[in-house]
Design a protein around this ligand. Structure first.
Ligand SMILES: C[S@@+](CC[C@H](N)C(=O)[O-])C[C@H]1O[C@@H](n2cnc3c(N)ncnc32)[C@H](O)[C@@H]1O
Length: 323
């Protein structure tokens, strides 16, 4: 059952309670944001479904009003804070509404959506190019693989805190985390990025160019195990920070490689350690879930590092290499 909640000022307005106003609002949205037709289609579908479900016209009107208000503002993303939407019913060919709406401002699968949105509304400052990349990535079926903006911001903050210049990334996808880090690193910063997928890496490359940071990034297209072995063999200058976000079954190998390649006082970050909460469910015992459970418990007891597991997005393990 579809549930829509709008803020009280929107709810109070009864003027936009007719279907033609909904149509007008949607048309206006599409006209204003032609670059985001997929999102507009999703909202259009959402409103129509809601209307068909026989909900009260004042609620339908409040959605239209929220859309119209949004049409005249600068940021489409604030719509997520105006229209709180939850649904158990997936839209054909797209992730469910709740996932989409939540993805607009946050990517937490762990926090209560309202809390995640509050955090995002209050604190997330997203570079315009990162936002564009997120919008483009949202149209891909694997959109959930990218980190959320709040995690990108945390990683940038950590990089600034330790004065990071050299960053190692294992798992690039369309480039959100690498772009967030490239923007955070100083002009002489260096990123060594590992991935196996040429197609998604091409998207990443396009955004690195667009943001003017491509010169900082050395992308290696090969299985990460192979690339990391090579780096260890070559005894490259140590990295300040490493981010592990590739195939989960190899997370322990990546952790050991990262520990060898990061300087004392450097950070090793492991993504998805809460795995949508699956790590808590004893009946889930596939290789990826087992590997993610094991890495948290291993790092938690590992005397070589200080560790914290932060429930941002899908869970981020932060390990600081001790001397
Ligand atoms: C979760 S996504 C990375 C998301 C990225 N950090 C971001 O924020 O957008 C995982 C990526 O790891 C890559 N990958 C999977 N197996 C790999 C392997 N053996 N070696 C290198 N990359 C791999 C996939 O191609 C995919 O792009």
């Amino acid at each position: 059952m579809l549930r829509l909640r709008t803020n009280t000022s929107v709810r109070r307005n009864r003027a936009f309670s007719k279907l033609n106003h909904l149509e007008l609002a949607i048309f206006d949205w599409q006209h204003k944001y032609p670059r985001d037709p997929w999102l507009a289609r999703m909202l259009s579908h959402l409103v129509r479904e809601y209307w068909r479900a026989g909900q009260s016209s004042s609620d339908g009107g409040s959605v239209a009003l929220a859309l119209m208000r949004e049409s005249y503002s600068d940021s489409p993303w604030t719509a997520a804070t105006e229209i709180k939407c939850q649904s158990a019913r997936p839209m054909p060919g797209a992730p469910n509404y709740r996932g989409i709406m939540t993805a607009m401002t946050t990517k937490s699968s762990i926090l209560e959506p309202a809390i995640a949105e509050y955090i995002a509304d209050a604190t997330v400052r997203e570079h315009p190019t990162l936002r564009e990349l997120r919008e483009e990535t949202a149209r891909l079926s694997q959109w959930r693989m990218a980190i959320g903006p709040e995690q990108g911001q945390l990683m940038a903050l950590l990089a600034h805190t330790i004065g990071a210049r050299r960053y190692l990334e294992i798992g690039v996808f369309t480039g959100y985390s690498s772009l967030a880090m490239a923007l955070a690193l100083p002009p002489d910063g260096y990123i060594l990025a590992c991935d196996v997928d040429e197609a998604t890496s091409a998207v990443a490359r396009r955004y690195w160019e667009y943001a003017g940071v491509a010169g900082k990034i050395d992308l290696r297209i090969a299985p990460a195990i192979q690339t990391l072995e090579g780096l260890r063999r070559e005894k490259v200058e140590p990295f300040d920070m490493a981010f592990i976000d590739a195939d989960k079954v190899n997370v322990d190998t990546y952790y050991e490689d990262a520990l060898a390649l990061v300087r004392v006082g450097g950070l090793i970050l492991v993504d998805n350690v809460l795995w949508d909460g699956a790590v808590l469910d004893e009946s889930v015992d596939d290789a990826a879930t087992q590997a993610l459970r094991a890495i948290s418990f291993k790092a938690g007891r590992d005397n070589r590092v200080e560790v914290a597991l932060v429930p941002v997005c899908d869970g981020l393990l932060i390990a600081r290499k001790k001397g």
